[in-house]
Design a protein around this ligand. Structure first.
Ligand SMILES: Cc1ncc(COP(=O)(O)OP(=O)(O)O)c(N)n1
Ligand SMILES: Cc1ncsc1CCOP(=O)(O)O
Ligand SMILES: [Mg+2]
Length: 468
């Protein structure tokens, strides 16, 4: 029996900027739980601004690559991006004709978004000839009209459908207006229309990301009408988190952004700093991170604003080094000032809405719910990203904290889909019951920092948290 993830075979060019092409395919497919096998069709010279040049890979060589993969893997879908010339199209589609059961997603790459040609003149006709072998093509509206050599969309859809295209998903990002309309046509008929607000900016590799994601969906056996909204949600998130290397030029999609949502990142060992760490704060937190901590909360009750800013800024950088989530206790303004990932708010620490307005919609906001499901309901309604319950046991750090029962934790698990953090008096030996009651993350202070070897201790605690 094979345990292989769903495999997609990608034919795309290599983009050294990492925004488009093979890198887009690999990041999208892998981060969605698939496996990308990749055949490089061209080496391109481009950056986030434009395409300067390209050289096609020898056709015999790329065919040999594709044959090797097809012979060794159970390829469940094919994604085709930049092909560049008729010779490459003919060779690849002759090979794919030997595998007619594999659905092919064709992104008809003719030129780059930012300008710059990515194909020889003979490509358009060659693509028209292979449309019957595709399951779906994903042109943007400009590519649609160019591919069909028509100046209106309806005529273009009719022409490509008559040429054998079974499904055409036309994206509308190049059309004017605040709203972007995407349309799926099946056998020439409109099957689905979606609409979304336009994001500011130009994106490098959005079309590649979309086609690769659709291919990943098809590799899982999704129908087109299920796969299209699934793909749109993923691409939207990648574009919302896109960044760019300079103030002009295109944004590079962040195709791993969905792995860093609150739901995904609030799990495992949650380290909360202790003022007693003094000058060892950074070295100890580094050790906790190497030992497996995935979340760090800066908790400092002093009024020394300069020290708080200095320490929080240094911790911000340290957590980025480990891709760990960095939160500030109590103080949304400090979280904003040091660009923390979010804030933890107690019942006396200000409203979630206020923190959200300051920190933005991607910030992680956690709320203390003590032993009270009603507080948790209010936190959910206010837009919190995780719920913290405790103290689970008598706490050395906060001896007067009221206790939370295991029953409350279990009831919270049953009622809420948000991640749950357990805190208060938890030790190595009580991690298991707290996890079993439903906590996603275990927040520790005294237990984490008590020894003289934080790294080894954090490793033991992490192991216990993930023990099956
Ligand atoms: C993860 C986590 N859970 C609960 C708390 C407690 O917050 P709060 O009730 O505001 O108490 P202080 O920590 O501010 O004393 C927390 N900090 N982190
Ligand atoms: C901040 C807080 N809130 C409830 S208990 C607690 C302290 C947790 O620290 P420790 O892990 O040392 O009990
Ligand atoms: Mg607080």
């Amino acid at each position: 029996m094979t345990t292989m993830r769903p495999v997609t075979l990608c034919f795309s060019g290599l983009d050294p900027s990492g925004g488009a092409g093979l890198q887009a395919d690999i990041e999208a497919i892998a981060s969605l739980g698939g496996h990308a096998t990749v055949v490089c069709t061209a080496l391109t010279v481009q950056d986030s601004q434009q395409v300067y040049d390209f050289a096609l890979v020898d056709t015999a060589l790329l065919l040999a690559q594709a044959k090797a993969v097809l012979a060794d893997f159970q390829v469940a879908s094919v994604k085709i991006g930049m092909l560049g010339s008729r010779a490459v199209v003919d060779a690849i589609f002759a090979l794919l004709a030997e595998h007619p059961h594999i659905p092919v997603v064709l992104d008809p790459v003719l030129s780059a978004n930012a300008g710059g040609n990515l194909a020889h003149d003979d490509l358009r006709d060659a693509l028209l000839a292979v449309l019957p072998q595709t399951a779906v093509i994903t042109p943007n509206s400009l590519e649609l009209r160019r591919l069909a050599a028509c100046d209106n969309d309806a005529a273009a859809i009719a022409k490509l459908s008559a040429s054998g295209a079974q499904a055409i998903w036309v994206t509308g990002g190049h059309e004017p207006g605040d709203q972007i309309m995407n349309r799926l046509y099946v056998h020439g008929d409109l099957a689905l229309t979606t609409q979304q607000a336009r994001l500011h900016g130009e994106f490098h590799g959005s079309g590649c990301t979309l086609a690769a994601t659709l291919a990943a969906a098809m590799a899982r056996g999704m129908t087109l009408t299920d796969a299209v909204p699934w793909t749109e949600r993923y691409v939207r998130q990648a574009l919302e988190h896109a960044d760019r290397p300079r103030s002009t030029g295109q944004f590079i999609p962040n195709r791993l952004a969905h792995l860093h949502t609150a739901a995904a990142c609030i799990q495992g060992l949650y380290a909360i700093t202790n003022a007693n760490l003094g000058d060892t704060l950074l070295t100890q937190v580094r050790q906790a991170l190497i030992g497996g901590a995935r979340i760090v909360q800066y908790r400092d009750k002093s009024n020394d604003a300069a020290k708080r800013w200095r320490e929080a800024s240094a911790l911000r950088l340290l957590c980025s080094e480990f891709s760990a989530t960095f939160l500030i206790n109590d103080d949304a303004a400090l979280a904003h000032a040091v660009a923390a990932d979010g804030v933890h708010l107690g019942q006396q620490d200000g409203a979630v809405a206020h923190a959200r307005a300051l920190l933005g919609r991607h910030a992680v906001i956690g709320v203390t719910c003590h032993n009270d499901l009603a507080l948790a309901r209010s936190a959910v309604a206010a837009g919190a990203n995780y719920l913290a319950f405790g103290a689970m046991f008598a706490s050395r750090t906060k001896p007067h904290a009221s206790l939370c029962s295991m029953e409350t934790l279990q009831a919270a698990r049953a009622e809420f889909s948000l991640p749950i953090v357990a805190i208060g008096g938890i030790s190595h030996d009580t991690i298991a019951p707290v996890r079993a009651a439903g906590a996603n993350a275990i927040a520790l202070i005294s237990e984490l920092w008590r020894g003289d070897d934080t790294l080894a201790h954090a490793q033991r605690l992490t192991q216990e948290i993930y023990r099956p």
